[in-house]
Write a protein that binds this ligand. Sequence first.
Ligand code: M6R
Length: 629
Amino acid sequence: MCGIVGYVGKRNALPVVMDGLRALEYRGYDSVGVALWDGAKIKFEKTIGRVASLEEKIARKPWEGKSAIAHTRWATHGKPSDRNAHPHFDCTKSIFLVHNGIVENFSELREALLREGHNFNSDTDTEILAHLIERPFLAAQKKILLEDAVLEGLRHVNGTFGLAVMSKNDPEKIVVARRGSPIILGIGIGEYIVASDASAVVNITKNVVYLHDNEAAALMPSGVQIFNLPDGKASLSKKILKKQIDTIDWDIAQAQKGGFKHFMQKEIFEGPSALENVLRGRLLDLPSALSGGGGGGIKLGGIAQIKEKLLSAKRLLILACGTSYYAGLIGKYYFEEFAKIPTACEYASEFRYANPAIDSETAVILISQSGETADTLEAMREAKRKSALTLGIVNVVGSTIARESDAGVYNHAGPEIGVASTKAFISQLGALAMLALFLGKEKNTVSPALSEKIVKELKGLPNKMKRVLGKDEEIRKLAEKYLKHKNFLYLGRKYQYPVALEGALKLKEISYRHAEGYASGEMKHGPIALIDENFPTVALAVKDPIYEKTISNIQEIKARNGKVLAVATDGDEKIGKLADDVIFIPQTLEILNPILSVIPLQLFAYHTADLLGLDVDKPRNLAKSVTVE
Ligand code: M6R
């Protein structure tokens, strides 16, 4: 939700922040803007639209300067427009800032500032912040450091922010602050870059500092100073902090398209390596004779310290949003089937306000690709307040959920840039399967033989995934065939039910086709009324113990003239006679079927959107990480 970037240092700051904006555009693309200190004054440009629109506007401006801030917006307060684009500024145009987050007490602050004589140039909550920072400068007749003015201004704010500020009153400096929205500082030699995430930083440096909530920093060519935001509203004293420098372990090439037309397409094709990466070093597949009956073991270093507490948990609760939530629904089956622990999976956004009955005997598993989703993060904090053990299954290293959870498993799937999540889902299933097996082995609810069998199959799965990806062209033709349809039903049962939900989500979010995911058995309780020749069903009909039930559901659809596009297992002759079209996938274990069956659905959604000429990687109204509630 909004991307912010800022640079201070020896290079011309403009191209650096423009590169950063391009990397962050997936976070929001309603409007875009930049402010630059050129040594004499702050120049700025902003516009509705995407980074390319800003590039056009500044193409003929020979701007140069050593510090700049920039922003790409996902609108909350105030519709997308030039005037609502960031940076925002105060009455005298001496303070410029970019912001990711929401000022919750925006109306009352605006009223108060209007009464004091401030004028507003936008409908945004963000602009309030510029005026709040202007006030201490006015009071001190400009004899105040920018960081102190920012701290004073922020004392009045309720809500969330990741912000970067510059001022002609204290030039060549950028001040950043964080509460609830991510900020990462890149520490170069004689130069500093700040951004909402690492993709905008890696081009300049791999040495980074993750700012925590209620921390701020002043970046100057001579160095960086990090300090805390004062506690409460009364005090202004700031404490200087010493922070650890971490190293980013991936490359800029991984955040580029690498010959694919879209990031989403590239990331679907990275599914096999995403699975390999999450499994790497964590599967112990020694034959049982050699490992004393312990073959098929799982080693999860990230949870070693909390192992005993986890094993004593009476129940598990999985919390997540969107695609991560659907992975969690599959995880629930894994934990109940292998570890025999009662498990629930809930939307993080619902959990927060439900006054949940959890305690220290509950282990809460947070699943999040970004590790920054506001609902999941706040749900985790609520779980911690209730003394639950918290575990993160997170892709982005150093993200807030990864840092604040008690323990966890990193996905190591590499950057996922396409707004539609694909390889992260595959990787989350790998992590959940390992965690469930680990618990099952420790509790002796999974036999070594079964564990060995699963571990062996997991290891061979990337090759089977590649075989499914080999059907790309076939799936594109099917997408073409079904392109005229505007509504779809996706059906699946047990492990395939969350896959149906995920397939429907993929189609609707990038192709704007209405798609409803449903449990096959529930169809007869309502949705069957929708079925006719214009309302096709995507049926997940893989060979598993409930295959015959699924076949019966398909019969019911065919009896009502419904068209069926099935995903089925190689060698299934029955389905070919029943469904209108079939995408075959290799045979695997029931629990691992989702990792294969989701791929055709990802490709189907991708090709549908691409054939419709839509912006696959940046679908309308969406953003990659949803850092507002
Ligand atoms: O980063 P997270 O996994 O926490 O994100 C959760 C959802 O916002 C995300 O999965 C969203 O639903 C995607 N657009 C789905 O493709």
